[in-house]
Design a protein around this ligand. Structure first.
Ligand code: GLV
Length: 315
């Protein structure tokens, strides 16, 4: 039985400092309801900096971490860690990312929607509707979905698509065991993986190793595939994407962009083969985040390590 002391309201009133970029009042309410007995404060209303034991941020002014001598952990509300400045995290303070099955499930639903949209040619039927054209197309058999960057989210995406009848393959930088079709690994197998995929689902995290990894050559290997990006915008060369769309790629669905919000004058907004959504494929749910973060606080307070701890070298 995990330590549920944080539910009982009898715990020490330590301060948890929350810093999210929108709906902060709703987040504060979720944390106050889920973690009674804690002092939950919302950035920038820090109160006494010395009483802050947990910082729970999305993006943050990382240099302020040094103002909290009692800091015990940084508990991120994100799956991604590319926004963390690890050089500012005090020695010995763990940084923990959020692994929320609900977020993975939402991303899997988003990805399935777009894979089905293009595989069943709903894009073409919408265009036909605008011409008042009743034009059934031949139904193709389900074609392979390739998951680029395989982890918890990729696994949830694979399960959902396999249940819909799509063969699933995957690629990551290192070898992985997956319950799906072939797992390709390392730079040598990236092109073969892209050539075998009818839809490529990019779930790559952002790091020095993945910056611009989806390059002109990688798009060329995708041929007429559909490209869906729910990973990070910085992993993609967007000039190469535009070139590929104008020449061979079937479509691109972009939920993450190199600069967010996407500037109003970006050509990505208006390209006829691009769908842009505002980073909503898997939004963090404040209540499930509060449960998961509360469980990690309970682990820390009973002398166990929170999970999963990440470092600057995790990806
Ligand atoms: C969202 O992109 C996240 O990293 O949780």
């Amino acid at each position: 039985m995990p330590n549920q002391g944080w539910r009982s309201g009898t715990v020490r009133p330590v301060t948890i400092l929350l810093h999210v970029d929108r709906n902060q009042d709703f987040w504060l309410e979720a944390f106050r309801q889920t973690l009674p007995g804690r002092e939950i404060r919302g950035w920038p209303d820090v109160g006494d900096p010395a009483s802050v034991e947990y910082v729970v941020p999305w993006k943050h002014d990382w240099s302020t971490l040094s103002e909290h001598p009692s800091l015990r952990a940084v508990l991120l509300v994100s799956a991604g860690i590319d926004h963390v400045d690890f050089s500012q995290v005090p020695e010995g303070v763990p940084v923990v990312r959020l692994v929320d099955p609900q977020m993975s499930a939402d991303i899997a639903e988003y990805v399935s929607h777009w894979v089905v949209h293009f595989a069943r040619r709903f894009d073409r039927y919408l265009a036909k509707q605008h011409e008042a054209a009743w034009a059934p197309l031949r139904q193709k058999k389900r074609r392979t979905v390739g998951i680029l960057g395989y982890g918890e989210i990729g696994s949830a995406v694979g399960v959902r698509l396999e249940a819909l009848g799509y063969p699933v393959i995957s690629w990551s930088r290192s070898a992985k065991d997956t319950p799906f079709g072939r797992h390709y690994c390392g730079p040598d197998e990236l092109f073969e993986f892209c050539e075998a995929s009818e839809s490529v689902i990019n779930i790559l995290p952002m790091s020095e190793a993945t910056a611009g990894l989806v390059s002109a050559d990688v798009f060329e290997a995708m041929g007429d595939a559909v490209f869906v990006n729910v990973g990070r915008g910085g992993t993609v060369d967007h000039d190469a994407l535009l070139f590929a769309l104008d020449n061979h790629l079937r479509a691109a669905v972009l939920d993450v962009l190199p600069v967010e919000p996407l500037p109003a004058d970006s050509p990505l907004w208006t390209h006829p083969k691009i769908v842009v959504t505002p980073h909503i494929s898997g939004e963090t749910n404040p209540f499930s985040a509060a449960e998961l973060i509360g469980a990690n606080i309970a682990r820390i307070e009973s002398g166990e390590a929170p999970t999963p701890i990440v470092t600057a070298n995790t990806y």
